[in-house]
Design a protein around this ligand. Structure first.
Ligand code: IMP
Ligand code: MG
Length: 438
């Protein structure tokens, strides 16, 4: 039995989907644990690109069970569209390979409207995806919201009553009275459509664990967007850290054997909030263009900046990450010199931790050599005969510096976090595995 987790270490879009899909080749089930249609993964399979929001990345792999866990908030319209579109492209999606937790909460159209209203009301807008995520989680916490189990188990009259009741606490904030017409019209179809998928996923997961199955929990969003450990209030509304995503999937901590943290060799962020290493110059633009840094969900240009090792070390710590995978080595390798943030100036002092008011930190950089135009095959083929100064050595020194920093300079094999893989492109094979673990 083994459960691995894949989670984002920065502010999302680190390329978790690609890693999940690689692990999925050996896995029995993939569980999407938290978040909702705010997420956007692009996965490339056999040369075809899929933009997914609610479905786990593994949905394109028919041999794996994809599970939408109880911690997810499900937008019925978007998931319906997503499933229908993938089916049209020949992907098999049935109740056998997709399971949706009966405990997962529903995102209704008025949650999205209210998400927008709240954004307009804020002194400092968060820049949410306006997918109703925060409102759905708030109504979950109010204990009035409707769940997937209600959708399939209640009769239509009961369900309508529950839905109307769920809108009461926030009714006064709606700009116009809630119009239920469309949702009433769709209810019978949705009850029918979702019926085959909705089940008590924790039973399935417990059975799989008893049968030595291999499971992967795919965390959504990222550590920097975690409601507790991220840059509050510029965060999402769920727990995105290792313990949070396990809890949201219904898996106890003793089951988790590997925690894969995914990072980019630089940093990107979409939406507002502190970002100490953000670049506003030509280098920032170069990262955005070379790395295609435009949001999958909203199309917004992403903010870009250098890799922040102080942040990454914090993420490694609070998530107990044992393996790191770096993406976009190709992008950063196109820079002659690469900066990495190794400390902050904060209240006149040099620090290497993450204070609650991260926005008051100024980055202190270390400059490393870049210029490895082609990372492909770079690491594995390292061997004798490489002179200091050649591109393979430069790349190796870059990643060695990171690993050493994150492990407080500890030598191998005492290191607690190891770089497991280095990604250099969007396709599943565009990755060098340094460690023989997948
Ligand atoms: P919300 O999750 O839509 O409430 O948005 C809160 C913040 O999280 C905003 O800054 C969003 O841009 C950001 N966010 C939410 N989901 C993702 C994601 O999957 N990738 C990157 N940023 C995200
Ligand atoms: Mg994304």
């Amino acid at each position: 039995m083994s459960v691995s987790e894949v989670l984002g270490t920065q502010w999302g879009d680190e390329g978790k989907g690609k890693i999940t899909n690689i692990l999925a080749e050996e896995a029995d089930a993939i569980i999407k644990s938290n978040g909702g249609a705010n997420a956007g993964h692009s996965v490339e399979v056999d040369g075809e690109r899929f933009a997914l929001h609610l479905l786990p990345s593994s949905i394109t792999n028919p041999n794996v069970i994809s599970i939408i866990g109880p911690g997810v908030v499900v937008d019925l319209d978007i998931l319906h569209e997503e499933i229908t579109a993938l089916r049209k492209r020949g992907i098999t999606i049935t109740g056998d390979n997709l399971k949706i937790s009966s405990r997962a909460h529903i995102v209704f159209p008025w949650h999205k409207i209210l998400d927008g209203v709240l954004e307009e009301m804020r002194k400092n807008p968060i820049g949410t995806t306006r997918r109703g995520i925060g409102i759905a989680y708030a109504e979950k916490a109010y204990r009035v919201n409707v769940r997937m189990g209600d959708l399939v188990n209640m009769d239509e009259k009961e369900l309508r009553t529950a839905i109307i009741y769920s809108t009461k606490p926030n009714e006064a904030n709606q700009p116009t009275p809630i119009d239920f017409t469309e949702i009433w019209a769709k209810l019978p179809e949705y009850k029918q459509f979702y019926g085959e998928f909705v089940c008590d996923t924790e039973c399935i997961i417990q059975d799989m664990l008893s049968n030595n199955a291999k499971l992967v929990i795919e965390g959504a969003q990222a550590t920097g967007l975690d409601i507790d450990f991220g840059t509050y209030p510029d965060v999402t509304s769920s727990s995105c850290t290792a313990s949070g995503i396990a809890a949201a999937a219904g898996i106890g901590p003793l089951h988790i054997s590997n925690i894969f943290g995914v990072a980019k060799c630089y940093t990107s962020r979409v939406g507002e909030g502190p970002f100490p290493t953000e670049l506003f110059d030509e280098d920032g633009k170069k990262i955005r263009e070379l790395g295609h840094e435009y949001g999958t969900t909203t199309g917004r240009p992403r903010r870009t900046g250098w890799l922040d090792l102080v942040w990454l070390k914090y993420a490694v710590g609070i998530n107990s990450i044992n393996y790191l995978v770096f993406n976009h080595a190709d992008t950063i390798g196109k820079f002659e010199k690469i900066k990495v943030c190794t400390a902050y100036m904060y209240k006149g002092e040099k620090i290497t931790y993450i204070p609650e008011d991260l926005g008051n930190c100024e980055p202190v950089y270390t400059e490393l050599d870049g210029n490895w135009p082609n990372i492909q095959g770079l690491y594995h083929k390292l061997g004798d005969g490489h002179e200091k100064g050649d591109e393979k050595t430069r790349a190796r020194e870059f990643f060695e510096f990171i690993e050493e920093y994150l492990n407080n300079g500890k030598l191998k094999p005492e290191r607690t976090v190891q770089i497991a893989g280095i990604g250099w492109g969007p396709a599943q094979d565009d990755i060098e595995w340094i460690l023989d673990i997948v």
